[in-house]
Write a protein that binds this ligand. Structure first.
Ligand code: SF4
Ligand code: SF4
Length: 362
């Protein structure tokens, strides 16, 4: 890892999807020929545990990073943040974005509780903690089926990062910045499968990593640019997935306690801040809600509509019963405000007034 170079990390798809492998191999091969870029390959980002070699490698990078993965960029960013790979979100300009995708299911009747209407009264998001002065660009490998658009974008990002570094140096921060850029971790070289590996191995200046395959995982990822630390998720989850850190911020404490395939708490979160990156519905999987809310669409439609809470309770009951426990329906851990809404139908002005009085905590 050369501190003057941009680190590009390619996170592989799960399984052995031939089309996806082909794109990965072509991209890795092409990136090896690029000047000013170090490229490494890791297993699927979502599946990496804290102590996986791929995660240790990611945490060892201290400069700007580009992460290519088969995930929505928002999901990948907050997944990295959760593992301590923190940075400011770099703005990617890859064509073929999410706005072209269609939502698939769970589109219920629109209510008046739109993102736009709620904005004025909303509590503020708690945002990511301890973010260093570097950028992380996350690109979705599903956006294009050829390597060229990615290469073009990575070159643009490399130039952007270099320009930023030069500015920082010329502003007299050279000593501290150089210290930040110095790599401090190690890279464990292991076997890499496929033609990209054989072409890349031994090439001066190139670098690849493929750690041991990771088993599939399923757990929630919190988007702290939306999360207000309301704790409704910790009350709702009866499987001990959530906890709080030393600063009383919500965190996913026991990710592997989460029940595979179930996205129940994402429907309960009032800020739509909980992401399940492998779920089939784009809004829950981490599609960019900013662009959706910009269109003043009621986001609750994408999380189960007006029935979201009942749906979440059913999904939770299913998992409780599978665990040999009793179903609890809507009797446990149901957010008061949403529970009332769910029972009584669409909210009116009186509901909104009551919410304001609740906030006064009289
Ligand atoms: S329910 Fe959503 S907003 Fe509230 S603490 Fe959990 S993730 Fe954050
Ligand atoms: S999906 Fe279910 S088990 Fe997993 S964190 Fe949410 S409520 Fe808990």
């Amino acid at each position: 890892m050369n501190p003057s170079k941009l680190t590009v990390v390619l996170s592989q798809a799960q399984g052995q999807h031939p089309v996806r492998r082909h794109l990965e191999e072509n991209l890795a091969s092409a990136l090896l020929l690029e000047h000013g870029i170090d490229v490494s390959v890791i297993p699927h980002l979502y599946d990496l545990t804290e102590d996986h070699t791929g995660m240790l490698f990611l945490r060892s990078i201290t400069g700007d990073i580009v992460v290519l993965s088969w995930l929505y960029p928002r999901a990948a960013h907050w997944m990295l943040d959760r593992h301590g790979v923190k940075g400011k979100p770099g703005e990617a300009r890859l064509a073929g974005g999410e706005e072209e995708e269609e939502e698939e299911e769970e589109v219920g009747p629109a209510s008046e509780d739109t993102e736009a209407i709620g904005d004025e009264e909303k509590p503020k998001p708690i945002e990511a903690a301890d973010v260093p002065d570097r950028y992380i660009y996350t690109l979705d490998l599903r956006q294009q089926d050829r390597p060229e658009p990615y290469l073009e974008e990575i070159r643009r990002i490399a130039a952007e990062c270099l320009g930023r570094r030069k500015n920082t140096l010329s502003e007299g921060h050279s000593a501290s910045r150089a210290g930040e850029m110095k790599p401090r971790g190690f890279i464990a070289r292991e076997s890499i499968a496929g033609p990209a590996a054989s072409r890349g191995n031994g090439r001066p200046g190139s670098e690849q990593l493929l750690a041991t395959p990771a088993r599939r995982r399923w757990y929630p990822v919190i988007d702290f640019s939306r999360c207000t630390n309301c704790m409704e998720c910790i009350d709702f989850c009866l499987f001990g997935v959530y906890g709080v850190d030393a600063k009383d911020r919500i965190l996913v404490e026991n990710p592997d306690n989460c029940k595979k395939g179930c996205p129940a708490c994402s429907r309960v979160c009032p800020e739509h801040a909980i992401i399940f990156p492998e779920y089939k519905t784009p809004a829950i999987a981490g599609a960019n809600l900013g662009s959706i809310s910009g269109l003043k669409i009621d986001l609750t439609r994408f999380f189960g509509g007006d029935d979201a809470l009942s749906l979440a309770a059913k999904e939770r009951d299913r998992e409780l019963v599978r665990d040999g426990r009793s179903a609890v329906g809507l009797t446990a851990g149901i957010p008061k405000r949403q529970g009332a809404r769910n029972k009584e139908g669409p909210r009116d002005e009186l509901d909104q007034l009551m919410d304001k009085l609740d906030k006064l905590d009289l």
